[in-house]
Design a protein around this ligand. Sequence first.
Ligand SMILES: [Zn+2]
Length: 410
Amino acid sequence: MKYIVFLGDGMADLPLPQYDNRTPLMIAAKPGMDAIASQGLAGMVKTVPDTLAPGSDTANMSVMGFDPEKYYSGRSPLEAVSMGIKLADDDIAFRCNLVTLSGLDTETDISMEDYSSDEITSEEAAQLIASLQNKLSDSSISFHAGKSYRHCVVWHGGPSDMKLTPPHDILTQKIENWLPQGNGSDKIMQLMLSSREILKNHPVNLDRVNRGLRPANSIWIWGQGTRPQLPVISDTYGLKGAVISAVDLIFGLGICAGMELIEVPGATGNIHTNFSGKADAAIDAFARGVDYVYLHLEAPDECGHRAETENKIKAIELLDSKIIKPVWDYLERNRKETGEDYRVMVLPDHPTPLKLRTHTSDPVPFAIFSSDGKLLHKPAAAYDEASCSKTGLLIDPGHELFGKFVRGDF
Ligand SMILES: [Zn+2]
């Protein structure tokens, strides 16, 4: 049996008054998803428990079959493992942003001007992080370069219970109210202060200022945690799994679950991503013996955050026509040739309603088709929030859905 999960990040939504109270899933033309729902089993799933924030990290962890209340241990360690950092059990990984602070010259009213330093390039950032690693690392602290403004600090044997604040939450605010607090915060504060001296006259920053760009004049450390101890997919289900995504967090989850990572050229995380390349990558993975593919598409979530209604609808339609259809066609062709059955599931991780421009914890619709004729007993008229909730099936806690999908027991 081959398995594939088509994950449209943030695809679920609320009724839109300007579209007769239909949601993007109801408006979009998506014959593939509708066929999965009408020829199989559909329902709703509560992916994120109310005790946790509905981030893509907790929600995708749940869809992959892992209880986030048991396994979630922070966002940064997932990014860290996706960057290839080997985290020991007592390593604490922190997100290290390269930020622009205003007011540093006069040391008054120092504020968070930009959490991304004008989206500094990875090439420039690598030079800055190398300088910080040179001057600030010691036997317990190390700096690791990631992409653009997103980097990592590892504190070997560090504390994990500090109160740290995401820099994108305090844009334009004075930082004095948001400095690190708790056990170990002195050391984190010292790293941030020392970084300012190193970054101030760094050639990369002088060059940026000359070009009218914001300098990365400080680091900002937050989002700490330990590596999550996820059970490995091959042990739990006997499956050889692979993850296709453009997002570090999702790759981090895949690594921790023992899955192969497949990077697709041109996979961007937005509406201009390489849809066909993702389908080709999934087909190629199946053809060389992978049993299970987790295919993640970030674009609908991005459109939700930007409140781009038309693009969100289009992203759903492209997921359907450029990804689901060719992969499903392949699996059906393969079944006719080899007799191997397959099971496909489509769902989002959480809603990202256009109206709210952020994630919610509401249950999301899911639909499953199984080529062996199992799971025919709860079809929905179409794949959308209202149709799938009409079947009366609600999976809560949501992490139980994946095991049911694999075993076929509902
Ligand atoms: Zn998400």
